[in-house]
Design a binder for this molecule. Structure first.
Ligand code: FAD
Length: 382
């Protein structure tokens, strides 16, 4: 990502703690947005100044995400708790012909300098008008004309929501996305051809605090977090930005003090990315490992840095294979398994699971249809 987008990261001061309602006002000043939180007394109050974020990005290899600071507190109270009330998730409140105009709060590069490509964490202010549940997606209509239909707007692009229903500021007014900038490299010259870069992902990653954004949704039910059993096991498998819905789940399970939902089960995240610099939300996840070692497991597959047992690149399916006995046992005991990320991840994973099943003398086809029937199998790939 260009430094310009990084330097546009919002000036944010966030205070968190025991107060149920976190009042926030947004005001625009000098091309940046600040969150002016209601003052309250707590030793946990945290203030992150933009300059610190910028300087840290410029001078270190460490990737900083504002939410990391939030993760360093004990569980955060959330509001409004009415967001827990509905029995069904909100669905398609806004449609392509009647989209919601939201505002960009911040755009933050969340990968290090050695990551191939760029991924941004984007916070969007919907003022509480576009409620959603963890695991759902928003649609984004990028500005401009659809080249295939002159005069018509662009088609909607879907993005998994990477925050909980309370948003990164715990007040139910924002949603966050984790967006990878789609760039096009000419296969013959190997050079980037900006005219063929992805429209919506580039719009999002280049957007500035205060910019307007047309949103549809929320949509999707397949990745909703089943909460009927607070002691359930959730095995989450992601490649790259596929981690987005799991960031939402994990904040709900481990960071937020959610009324009537006290998680006591196991959340196990398998994340596949290219290298250490490409790891997403790593500080947040590492903090859960430290604070909840009995309830959280986290396995990473770094394809360009690690080798699998055959000497090839380490992909997420190799990690699954490593723990296949445990995973199969957990599935037999009712665990949910989720897959999210690029479509290309599924064939390798399915092949591995099939091979493991056969080695165990089981039929994968029968097992898979049982998992589907029991609603234990959740897939959202793109
Ligand atoms: P587009 O403009 O649609 O282009 C698509 C691709 O074609 C790009 O790679 C572009 O470089 C290439 N291209 C453009 N023109 C040409 C040409 N002339 N010749 C050859 N190639 C060309 N993405 C995320 O980053 N994060 C998420 O959390 C996420 N969640 C998703 C959830 C769901 C349910 C779905 C369905 C998709 C999700 N996606 C997510 C993918 C996202 O919706 C978009 O598909 C993605 O951002 C690319 O959109 P774009 O507008 O940038 O690219």
């Amino acid at each position: 990502m260009s430094h310009s987008a990084v330097s546009q990261a919002a000036a944010v001061s966030v205070s968190i703690g025991n107060e149920r309602s976190l009042t926030r006002s947004v005001f625009k000043h000098n091309n940046s947005i600040s969150f002016n939180t209601k003052p309250w007394s707590s030793s946990l109050a945290l203030t992150q100044k933009t300059s610190t974020i910028r300087d840290a990005k410029r001078y270190s290899n460490t990737t900083i995400c504002m939410s990391v600071q939030q993760a360093s507190s004990s569980k955060v109270n959330v509001s409004p708790i009415e967001l827990e009330d509905p029995t069904d998730p909100p669905l398609n409140l806004y449609k392509p012909k009647d989209s919601y105009t939201a505002k960009i709060v911040s755009v933050e590069r969340v990968v290090g300098p050695k990551a191939p490509g760029e991924t941004c964490h984007i916070v969007i202010d919907h003022e509480g008008n576009l409620p959603y549940w963890e695991g759902q997606s928003y649609g984004v209509i990028p500005p401009g004309e659809n080249p295939k239909k002159p005069g018509a707007p662009h088609n909607v692009r879907l993005y998994s929501i990477a925050s909980t229903r309370y948003g990164d500021f715990f007040d139910g007014k924002t949603a966050s996305l984790c967006v990878r900038r789609a760039v096009y490299y000419d296969p013959e010259t190997g050079k980037e051809d900006p005219s063929k870069n992805g429209v919506c992902s580039n719009f999002l990653c280049d957007s500035k605090p205060g910019d307007k954004i047309q949103i549809t949704g929320p949509s999707g039910k397949v990745m909703l977090l089943p909460e009927n059993d607070p002691n359930a096991t959730h095995i989450m498998v992601a490649t790259g930005t596929g981690v987005a819905p799991y960031r939402g789940y994990l904040r709900r399970l481990f960071m937020e003090n959610v009324p009537n939902y006290k998680f006591g089960g196991l959340a196990w995240l398998f994340l596949g990315v290219a290298n250490t610099d490409s790891l997403l939300y790593d500080d947040e996840f590492s903090k859960y490992l430290k604070d909840h070692p009995d309830n959280f497991r986290f396995d990473k597959a770094l394809s360009r840095e690690e080798k699998n047992k055959k000497g090839g690149k380490m992909y997420v399916q190799d990690k699954i294979e490593e723990y296949s006995d445990e995973i199969f046992k957990l599935l037999d005991n009712g665990a949910h398994i989720y897959f999210c990320g690029l479509k290309g991840m599924m064939p390798g994973i399915q092949d591995t699971l099939k091979r493991v099943a056969e080695e165990r003398g089981e039929s994968w086809d029968a097992k898979l249809s049982q998992l589907r029937k029991n609603k234990q199998w959740h897939v959202e790939v793109y």
